[in-house]
Design a protein around this ligand. Structure first.
Ligand SMILES: *Cc1c(COP(=O)(O)O)cnc(C)c1O
Length: 411
């Protein structure tokens, strides 16, 4: 089965109650049972069934099974947001005193989260670029995980997942990959050696910008050394499944960050057109990047442009595609604001992965809590505009941006 067929006819796609082609929206808090004995079995995970929607819900389970299949994982756990998925993917295996190694070009929210984690005794060492060479010197006897984005947002570097995962494994620690900007359409990080994949489903997976969500997918391939990973100590008997089982039955359940049934339903609907949208979005982004790179005085970054940081790895790892995000620098903040204000079709909004093209000035919005150094590492400059390309007709987008850039004023 190829990608688009699998989205619609994969193993995780079921015939639902009454022959429904999509999962019913189980918009309930609790599930009733005929006897106390039956309820007892469900609560003890001895019988299949649902008890309470924070713990498990049929609509959410349908979404989890579908995204898990598309990523080639062992199990998926859906969360209330992408940020909660990232938080739990780490807290599920870390204790106070542990260290994270991360790439510098990270999503602003993740940088802020790693700062929050210092209050819990979990610290992060950053490499400017997420490459095996640059992270190698950062390993210490406290390192417990390597964390990075496969296409970093907004620096648009592409991680060599094979090389980074091999290095992490050589040091006895897993690799967590945030694959939000790539999606399973471009790459399956688990097939390249990643141990855990996280997504903000808010973006391309949902695809229409109608709900916040996240998901954690565990490969269940990592060999946990339970003497080092003290957070998983009580789960020894589950061996490679320890991560999933602790997540599902302990930390995710107790911290209460479940995905809403309605969100799961919208994500299932969105997922079915992921291939179509990504193909169009990637084509549009490559065309727009190429057209803008011919305008004098601006610098465009997209992994399909030779010379850009992500170009070589995109050729190797992403079949030459570069995803739907591109950035360009126009020389000054004033000029950047003027370009943004002149756009007719691109919508001035945060987020990415929507059907419509979205545009933002990251420096004055997404990175206001970051230090100048963190902004520099993330590739966020005062004259930089980030574009999340949508499914409009490429000619119209090229016209809109060309017009805005050529008529922009410096103040
Ligand atoms: C948006 C985003 C997140 C955060 O997801 P939310 O759903 O907004 O919580 C994390 N990582 C990346 C790469 C993102 O683009």
């Amino acid at each position: 089965m190829h990608f688009n067929t699998q989205l619609l006819h994969g193993k995780a796609v079921k015939k639902y109650a009454e022959g429904a082609t999509l999962p019913p929206i189980s918009q309930v808090s609790a599930f009733q049972y005929d006897s106390a004995e039956e309820q007892d079995r469900v609560f003890h995970h001895k019988a299949a069934g649902f008890a309470y929607s924070r713990v498990a819900n049929p609509t959410v389970a349908s979404f989890e099974q579908r995204i898990n299949e598309m990523e080639g994982g062992n199990a998926a756990v859906a969360c209330s947001s992408g940020m909660f998925a990232i938080t739990l993917s780490l807290l599920n295996m870390l204790c106070a005193g542990d260290e994270i190694i991360a790439g510098g070009g990270l999503y602003g929210g993740s940088i802020d989260l790693f700062e929050d984690l210092t209050k819990f005794g979990i610290t992060t060492r950053y490499a400017k670029h997420m490459t095996a060479e640059e992270i190698e010197p950062l390993f210490s006897d406290r390192t417990r995980v390597v964390y990075g984005e496969i296409i970093s947002n907004p620096s648009l570097e592409v991680m060599d997942v094979r090389a980074v995962s091999e290095l992490a494994h050589a040091h006895g620690v897993p690799l967590i990959v945030d694959s939000t900007t790539a999606t399973p359409f471009l790459v399956n990080p688990i097939a390249l050696g990643a141990d855990v994949v996280v997504h903000s489903t808010t973006k391309y997976i949902n695809g229409s910008g109608n709900s916040i969500g996240g998901v954690i997918i565990d490969s269940a391939k990592f060999d946990w050394d339970f003497d080092r990973f003290r957070a998983l100590d009580g789960y020894r008997k589950f061996a490679n499944l320890a991560y999933t089982i602790r997540l599902r039955t302990d930390i995710w359940e107790n911290m209460g960050g479940c995905m809403a049934p309605m969100t799961a339903f919208l994500n299932v609907v969105g997922l079915e057109t992921l291939g179509l949208r990504m193909e169009r979005i990637c084509d549009n982004a490559a065309k727009l990047a190429s057209a803008l790179s011919k305008i004098p005085g601006i610098t465009v970054n997209h992994p399909t442009l030779p010379g850009c940081p992500g170009y070589e790895m995109a050729q190797k790892e992403l079949d030459g595609r570069g995803g739907g995000v591109l950035t360009f620098r126009v020389g000054s903040r004033e000029r950047a604001f003027s370009v943004i204000n002149r756009l007719k079709y691109a919508v001035r909004a945060t987020s990415l992965g929507d059907t419509r093209t979205l545009v933002i000035h990251p420096y004055s919005t997404l990175y206001i809590r970051s230090t100048e150094e963190q902004r520099g590492t993330a590739g966020v400059y005062d004259d930089l505009i980030r574009v999340s390309v949508g499914i409009e007709d490429a000619e119209d987008l090229i016209g809109d941006f060309t017009e805005a850039i050529t008529h922009a004023e410096d103040q």
